[in-house]
Design a binder for this molecule. Structure first.
Ligand code: SF4
Length: 214
């Protein structure tokens, strides 16, 4: 079986397994997703969702974040960790959205990457989930699974992104990455991969990983 057939089988299986896969961060607008993904760095989505529940009642617009008192914003996002840098980036990011993008979240990768605190992962997530522009989102789960399955041998997220872009049909980039996250949480866990019950096992390069880590 060639690589293309393997990849197609994996895509089909993941679509069957996780038909409704979506971003697990809760948001109601582009701004909320942009802020949530910045808060999610080195933090679980579940914890971010708890913090943003009250955060988004207090800060509703880019102006609210841009004009926030730094110390107060830091306190508001403290449970997500690295709160000093995150507060600074969120404020500066919102300032730039107001000053350079007329208060609108930009809809191109190039412009999103200009925003303070926004890396390729966040930019691609916003592109895919808000603007419907396909983007490959390489988070910690996608990175681990891409390596284990054999879709990329790189440890650099930017290179993994390029490898996946070549292998996955463009219209499936965003949904495929969401499904990798689901599979990483449910089966191909970081410390305890459960290969024996993995439904993409036969197309995975590390299908015996479970035995090897025991
Ligand atoms: S076979 Fe094992 S290593 Fe491969 S994707 Fe499944 S759980 Fe992960």
């Amino acid at each position: 079986m060639n690589m293309n057939e393997r990849v197609m089988n994996i895509i089909d299986a993941l679509e069957r397994l996780y038909p409704d896969a979506k971003c697990s961060l809760e948001y109601k607008s582009a701004l909320e997703l942009l802020v949530a993904t910045q808060l999610a760095a080195q933090c679980t989505d579940a914890r971010v969702n708890i913090v943003t529940q009250s955060l988004y009642k207090k800060y509703k617009t880019a102006e609210d974040f841009a004009n926030a008192d730094s110390k107060e914003l830091e306190e508001d996002i403290k449970p997500t960790g690295f709160y000093h840098n995150k507060a600074k980036n969120i404020k500066n990011c919102c300032k730039m959205i107001i000053d350079e993008f007329n208060g609108q979240i930009p809809n191109s990768l190039e412009d999103l990457l200009k925003l303070p605190g926004v890396g390729r992962k966040t930019a691609n997530l916003v592109l895919g989930d808000i603007f419907g522009v396909p983007g490959v989102v390489v988070d910690t789960h996608a990175k681990r699974l891409a390596n284990r399955i054999g879709l990329s041998s790189s440890t650099d997220p930017a290179k993994i992104e390029l490898d996946l872009m070549k292998l996955i049909p463009k219209e499936k980039w965003s949904s495929f990455c969401h499904r990798l996250v689901y599979h990483g949480r449910a089966v191909c866990k970081a410390r305890k991969p459960e290969c024996h019950k993995c439904e993409i096992r036969k197309w995975c390069e590390r299908r015996n990983l479970e035995i090897n880590v025991e």
